[in-house]
Design a binder for this molecule. Sequence first.
Ligand SMILES: *Cc1c(COP(=O)(O)O)cnc(C)c1O
Length: 392
Amino acid sequence: MSNFHSGDEQDRKFETKLIHFGGELDPSTGASSVPIYQASTFHHHDIYNPPEYDYSRSGNPTRQALEDYIAVLEGGVKGFAFASGMAAISTTFMLFSAGDHLIVTEDVYGGTYRLLSNVLSRMNIETTFVDMTDPEQVKAALRPNTKAVYMETPSNPTLKITDMAEIAAWAREHGLLSIVDNTFMTPYYQRPIELGVDIVLHSATKFLGGHSDVLAGLAVARDEELAQRLKYVQNGLGTVLGAQDSWLLMRGMKTLGARMAYSEISARKLADWLQSRNDIETVYYPGLEQHPGRAIQEKQSTGYGAVVSFDVGSGERAKRLLSEVKLPLVAVSLGAVESILSYPAMMSHASMPREVRLERGIGDGLLRFSVGLEDIDDLIADLEQALSSSKI
Ligand SMILES: *Cc1c(COP(=O)(O)O)cnc(C)c1O
């Protein structure tokens, strides 16, 4: 990409990089955004000298601008854009082969759990799920054929915190790749590569896109060798993001800093308010003083994020509340301008067997609130009326 990594530019603050990432202008016209190169193929002017881009599965200038953008934000060497978060995740898992073993956080995103347990298992890629808040459990899961450790922190939906630097250092010592799904924090709050992690993944459908209008996934590699391997599987599988969606995602990402900062202030207020009520069983938010992972969160991130989970005591009450709220979208997904209230038991974690789900702390009364950009007082007032009308 451009000369972003040289000189003073490297010292710029994250908020500045979000706007001046190197690909913000069209170099040929000075237009204020990258053109949408809606083309599948590219003319070879000189057959002996193939063009930089020859076919859009292998490379497209609009997608490339996005891929360079996320690489700058995460501090890696190269970025890759995919048709969805799951496309980024599944493509990354294709770095592994039959007979390999992976250590994965037990409260991993539901779709990743399903992919590992029901699809990759058929290809003889084995997974051990462990509680990654306890590094000893990770270490105990090591086998001769282990190839990678896969983290998600804060985890979904109970917001458990994994010490990325410790796990990544241990993984490196044992020749394993370390991978982090950074969807919940985004590089605005947390940059795993700076902590020693090898590959960062995103469902860009969430905070990065930020407007509930695009499905996309991103990956960033720490070094050239890994980047080449990722590029090879991305091109081989053809799981790429289209030009229109690449453009739309960049458009959303430019406001990431402002959106995250605003939503986080509201999320802290919401967590405190929920915590102060006696009709809520548990509140999960890494910014709460009694959150067991708070110290690690503060060591490895610059914020707590905009997702608050809470348990209202029973499935019946949770369902009543979902029908009483007026402001949040009642839906799967998170990280948008509008607040989104999810019911993990019947939505994101519906594919997880109930016993496994309960074991992982995802009770029938658990709700996940992704705080958007509405006024927090209005959001709290709405939740208050919904909670009182769903009292059992
Ligand atoms: C949504 C999500 C995914 C999957 O991403 P899609 O864009 O829906 O494919 C993966 N990980 C986390 C943490 C998510 O929230």
